[in-house]
Design a protein around this ligand. Sequence first.
Ligand SMILES: [Zn+2]
Length: 296
Amino acid sequence: MLGTCRLTLLALLVGEFLASPASGNSAQAPASPKAGPAESASKTLTPSKFLQNLPAGFTLPLRSDQVGWRLLADYGAVFVARGGVTPPPCLIFPDAASLARWRSGLKIGRATMAGKVVELQAPALEALLAARAEALKAHLNITLRARDGAARSYGRTSQLWTWRVQAALAHWVKAGRLSKTDAARLRALAPREQVPEILLLEQQGLFFSADFTKPILNSVAPPGASQHLSMLALDIRQSDNRKVRAILARHGWFQTIPLDLPHFTYLGVPESQLPSLGLKLVEQKGRPFWVPDLKD
Ligand SMILES: [Zn+2]
């Protein structure tokens, strides 16, 4: 079930889990091992470099949880963040209270940039401010795309998800691709139940992004799964500028969600060290994105 984390990394290390893990942005869950239990165990004792770099005690989705694996593939880079920050402990925060508990143990920094308050984990904020100082020296700038361009509350991520889903349902009904009855049924579901159904509709070309041309996960995360909850993510106005992206990268900020063009994630290491964390480089629209390599 989406939102729960039942299998620990320790279980993975000793178990029969990932014979063929999900990869890139694939929606596929790991394939079942073809060999018998004894043989498969001997072949799967080494998890991918990415899985080895997850925080101690991090819980993985069940093998049958395709949505969970899709979220790990799409949003997972943040879980191997370094540089003195604390990566989120779980794939999805189940509610606002669990997020608040986790945040209460973080060292959080707060600053104002171009009139907007920026709240991030302290080392991530320090790196951002250093990047901005470097940008300003080069007559460039780094500013938030919106007031909620850095940290977001659990409620705000729920609201963004609901707005996006409602708008897309209305669009596809109007376009004659979805019946009013199906749209009403989907609208009434809890977000965690909406996710697999939306992914199925997107396989048929009914995309749920803001312009209805991209997967919903490339522009908004299901409640509890957003990188912005971890206080390690940032949406900026200047993301089209190659020089600005290079400055951010020099300070540990990288793009990790393909097609989410304004979005950056604090990973806290030089670019040359990202492969050693189990991240791989993919290029989309001429830009580099560092995503989990679940197969390596
Ligand atoms: Zn973002």
